[in-house]
Design a protein around this ligand. Structure first.
Ligand SMILES: Cc1cc2nc3c(=O)[nH]c(=O)nc-3n(C[C@H](O)[C@H](O)[C@H](O)COP(=O)(O)OP(=O)(O)OC[C@H]3O[C@@H](n4cnc5c(N)ncnc54)[C@H](O)[C@@H]3O)c2cc1C
Length: 405
């Protein structure tokens, strides 16, 4: 049997390695001249390839109900044994898996070497420009000509993080077979917001709880480090909310509400007020700047005072009750109007892709026999923390197992 795998990224490599054998000749096409190019930039060059917390809530799709039957505990176990069989020892930080070498290139090289060792035919620098199926065979066209296969796996990833979007995408290859593409949007991406103060707080990194609202309706909240920038906000907690931004049609009004003191998040309004009052009694001689300095970064304090119209020369005790409430509200419920996401180049993944409604639990097309999809080309995206590579590896395993039968 001949299998064409289009895309030598995370999912295509794992799928090819697991399939290649005396029974299956696997040709792995990629338009790049190296395998797994994107793997090299993951996890800031360290490759966060897995997460120990595999709760399904960390994965997202427009057909969420399908995820449980695809992402099973047995395929999760298979990913870990696969990497262990490659000799990868994980360095685990809060459940986030990195290779012990702390180098993404280790994972990329190990996958490439294993593919070669297993006899996968690497057709690099070879963009697949067209595909069709005739008489039970797939015809895979590159600029060099075409080859004929029994199975076709589309493992072309998404547009995320890619500068040059010229060429033929996996989405358009899928559409040739009649598949529908759930709109593709940047996810895990910084957010652009309104605010005349953005330049003033640019460069601040601080802990917070950030909540996303759409037309005043609560969508989701995340806790973690936020990066305040001159265009808006970034950081892992913002990334995890970004997939929900810009989804509403017609456009909905989206707003972030930031609590810059996460330890007060679960307290009632009166408890929060009490906490500030007690601090005011303890620091009664302090200027309002010094009052805030032990709990918030300086640049942020300046913005909070400006937005709440409070003079930096005042003291807590000199503030009226209304001024105190205004300041507290700015600190624990800072509102930020969202304009949109940064563009797809700045994103780590895309939401959307080939609809899960049109594939089986084994990721085979319901429209065309022997056509499969793996990785990010599918309408599945994960939170930050190794879930996207994790899904890519799982899907590569699922498809290789199904083809082998
Ligand atoms: C900056 C950045 C950091 C990230 N960090 C992490 C992280 O730490 N942890 C994590 O879990 N995820 C991370 N991700 C996401 C992760 O890299 C992807 O989800 C994952 O690589 C997707 O795997 P894939 O196999 O679906 O696609 P890819 O790995 O993108 O591979 C697809 C391949 O298909 C090839 N291709 C596309 N079209 C064609 C064609 N027509 N013909 C031939 N070849 C084609 C491409 O050249 C590419 O090599 C990060 C992403 C970015 C951009």
């Amino acid at each position: 049997m001949r299998v064409a795998v289009v895309g030598a990224g995370a999912s295509g490599l794992v799928c090819s390695i697991r399939l290649s054998s005396d029974d299956y000749e696997v040709v792995l096409f990629d338009k790049n001249s190296i395998c797994g190019k994107k793997i090299l930039v993951t996890g800031n060059g360290r490759c966060n390839y897995w997460n120990g917390d595999q709760s399904i809530c960390h994965y997202h799709s427009s057909t969420n109900d399908r995820l449980l039957s695809i992402i099973t505990s047995s395929v999760q176990d298979e990913v870990l044994s696969f990497f262990s069989s490659l000799g990868v020892v994980p360095n685990i930080k809060n459940g986030w898996y990195y290779p012990y070498s702390n180098q993404a290139s280790s994972i990329q090289k190990l996958l490439e070497e294993e593919a070669k060792r297993r006899g996968v035919v690497l057709a690099l620098d070879n963009e697949v420009v067209d595909v069709k199926k005739e008489n039970n065979h797939f015809f895979v066209y590159t600029k060099e000509g075409y080859e004929v296969f029994d199975y076709l796996v589309i493992a072309t990833g998404s547009f995320a993080g890619i500068r040059n979007l010229d060429g033929v995408s996996g989405y358009s290859l899928a559409e040739k077979f009649g598949h529908h593409i759930v709109p593709v949007r940047p996810a895990l991406v910084p957010l652009i917001t309104k605010g005349s103060f953005l330049k003033d707080w640019s460069g601040v990194r601080t802990s917070c709880v950030v909540s996303l609202y759409e037309d005043c309706q609560f969508i989701k909240k995340e806790e973690g480090e936020i990066q305040l920038t001159d265009y808006g906000v970034s950081g892992i907690c913002v990334f995890n909310l970004s997939r929900y931004v810009g989804v509403g049609i017609p456009e909905k009004e989206e707003k972030l509400v930031i609590n810059f003191l996460p330890f007060l998040e679960d307290k009632s309004d009166s408890e929060v007020y009490e906490w500030f009052m007690k601090r005011g009694e303890e620091l009664s001689n302090y200027s309002i700047l010094s009052y805030l300095e032990g709990i918030l970064p300086y640049k942020l304090i300046i913005v909070l005072l400006k937005v709440s119209h409070i003079s930096r020369n005042s003291t807590w005790s000199s503030l009226s009750e209304e001024e105190r409430n205004r300041l507290i509200s700015c600190i624990v419920s800072f509102p930020l109007e969202v304009v949109g996401t940064k563009d797809i180049i700045s994103s780590q993944v895309c939401s959307g892709g080939v609809s899960l409604n049109e594939v089986t639990d084994s990721l085979e097309s319901k429209l065309v026999d022997h056509l499969y999809f793996t990785g990010e080309v599918l309408d599945v995206d994960g939170d930050c923390g190794g879930y996207n590579l994790g899904f890519s590896f799982m899907s590569g395993i699922i498809v290789s197992d199904d083809i082998r039968g």
